[in-house]
Design a protein around this ligand. Structure first.
Ligand SMILES: *[C@@H]1O[C@H](CO)[C@@H](O)[C@H](O)[C@H]1NC(C)=O
Ligand SMILES: *[C@@H]1O[C@H](CO)[C@@H](O)[C@H](O)[C@H]1NC(C)=O
Ligand SMILES: *[C@@H]1O[C@H](CO)[C@@H](O)[C@H](O)[C@H]1NC(C)=O
Ligand SMILES: *[C@@H]1O[C@H](CO)[C@@H](O)[C@H](O)[C@H]1NC(C)=O
Ligand SMILES: *[C@@H]1O[C@H](CO)[C@@H](O)[C@H](O)[C@H]1NC(C)=O
Ligand SMILES: *[C@@H]1O[C@H](CO)[C@@H](O)[C@H](O)[C@H]1NC(C)=O
Length: 422
């Protein structure tokens, strides 16, 4: 009976399988309700929808039928991160111009982009389907909860995307507000958006390295202006503990220009590690993160995700040149892998708290069409790192949501999430 739920369950290839606690897989009455409810609502939403497939971008004959009829895929055959992008006219999931939480720099259509195929792509795993988001159900599930995003601007984009997606389910949008009345800015450390009629918050903590960034130690070499304490998690980490959903990312800032170029070097304990390679520093930092999670996070309460590296599509990063394409790439061109993502898998495999790795690197690698390019708040500079909204980060959130609604969730999530409203 839980084949539907399992169809969205994570299954990474072979050795890199992240761990789930087995007991959360146990089927129960709630699961049954969820399955029946989702299938019913799914058919309702999708049943009369029209979707089609751009033939040269897919490799499966079944794309067309899958979302309508076939839920009988076992988790053994479904890796949700292995699939294709298919055109689907029922996308996008929201209108950025009607959502006050999309920052202007990501609202490409409003910033002058005229082609709009890029907002209509849905991710289709090879052997299963990602269910269409049922916003009302997600709002109910999140009642009284705290969702926390931690990371860099890519995390902020995903935070914005989730808020906008959920706001489409509300009649009265004025019930949603930033708790301190703050505007979204690039440097801000904390943003918390409250859905007051559902008593939950979606929060963002800016922590681009996850570990502590600190002033340079005295008497160090002059080029050292600051250090990253690789063995110490960011000071604001205490704010992340008491949450129900915790979604991390890091990667974009681990480049020479943003580290050594800014006079930032690595430190472990009291010793400066001037010659340390970035990849090995990243591994040390992620291990620090992992032991923090294992020590501080209660897996019965908090569902932890780590989103892997977001590929960029620069033609020449040094010259900041890039061309946003009209369509997704047909081949990943080597961007489907990343050392950062590999490190995350290795570390997560050795943790005691279950962490779901959102392996979005390969799927996003095709999306050279989805970056902000020159349709940002700085049109003079092209940008092939950040993503337009609506767009690719919405799909990352669809995955998060399918996990949260799936069978492998902490018990507290289903116990108090209002599924009886189905
Ligand atoms: C679902 O699809 C798979 C392959 O795509 C097929 O083997 C199976 O028979 C289908 N099941 C149903 C119930 O249609
Ligand atoms: C989004 O909303 C704005 C303002 O309501 C409207 O002008 C625009 O046409 C909408 N865009 C799309 C793609 O629906
Ligand atoms: C809102 O949620 C918090 C937990 O996040 C809970 O303690 C509080 O009682 C809830 N308030 C209402 C009015 O339900
Ligand atoms: C980018 O441009 C710089 C300056 O012209 C050049 O030195 C470098 O080789 C280029 N990089 C790539 C990847 O083409
Ligand atoms: C990419 O954009 C540059 C300007 O940034 C332009 O000169 C070039 O022709 C474009 N290349 C392609 C393949 O469209
Ligand atoms: C896994 O964790 C154990 C103890 O927590 C440690 O001794 C071991 O080195 C770790 N293995 C890897 C591959 O990181």
């Amino acid at each position: 009976m839980s084949s539907y739920n399992r169809s969205v369950s994570f299954k990474q290839r072979a050795a890199s399988s992240p761990r789930f606690s087995r007991k959360t897989w146990v089927s129960n009455l709630f699961c049954a309700l969820i399955v029946v409810g989702s299938i019913v609502s799914f058919f309702f939403v999708i049943g009369c929808g029209y979707l089609y497939v751009l033939p040269n971008l897919t490799h499966s004959f079944h794309d067309r039928e899958d979302r309508f009829s076939n839920f009988s895929v076992s988790d053994d055959t479904c890796d949700v991160f292995d699939g294709n992008w298919v055109l689907d006219d029922s996308y996008p999931l929201y209108n950025a111009s009607e959502c006050p939480f999309v920052e202007q720099g990501f609202n490409c259509l409003d910033n002058g982009r005229t082609d709009n195929d890029y907002i209509k792509w849905r991710w289709k795993p090879k052997n299963c389907v990602i269910p269409r988001v049922n916003v009302q159900r997600v709002l109910e599930m999140l009642r009284n909860k705290r969702v926390v995003f931690v990371g860099d601007s890519m995390s902020r984009t995903q935070w914005e995307s989730l808020i906008c997606l959920l706001m489409t389910g509300l009649e009265d949008k004025s019930t949603v507000y930033e708790v301190n009345g703050n505007k979204i800015t690039k440097q801000i450390r904390f943003l918390g958006v409250r859905f007051s009629s559902f008593n939950f918050t979606i929060e963002f903590y800016r922590s681009v390295f996850l570990v502590q960034h600190y002033w340079a130690p005295k008497h160090g070499p002059r080029r050292v202006r600051s250090t990253l304490k690789l063995d110490k998690l960011d000071d604001i980490s205490k704010e992340w503990i008491d949450s129900d959903v915790l979604i991390f990312n890091s990667g974009q800032w681990w480049v020479p220009g943003k580290l050594f170029g800014m006079g930032c070097y690595f430190q472990v304990g009291n010793s400066l590690k001037l010659g340390m390679q970035i990849t090995s520093a990243f591994r040390t930092a992620i291990n620090t993160w992992a032991s923090w999670v294992d020590r501080k996070i209660n897996p019965k309460r908090t569902r932890v995700f780590f989103r892997t590296f977001e590929p960029s599509h620069w033609r020449n990063l040094t010259l900041r040149q890039c061309n946003v394409t009209k369509f997704p790439l047909l081949e990943a061109r080597g961007k489907d892998g990343s050392q950062f993502s590999d490190t995350v898998f290795k570390v997560v495999n050795n943790m005691s708290v279950p962490v779901t790795v959102l392996h979005i690197t390969p799927m996003s690698a095709f999306r050279s069409d989805a970056h902000v390019g020159t349709w940002s708040d700085k049109p003079s500079l092209s940008d092939c790192s950040h993503w337009c909204l609506p767009g690719v980060p919405d799909i990352w959130n669809e995955l998060v949501i399918s996990y949260l609604l799936g069978s492998n969730e902490p018990e507290t999530m289903s116990a108090s999430s209002g599924f009886n409203n189905l």
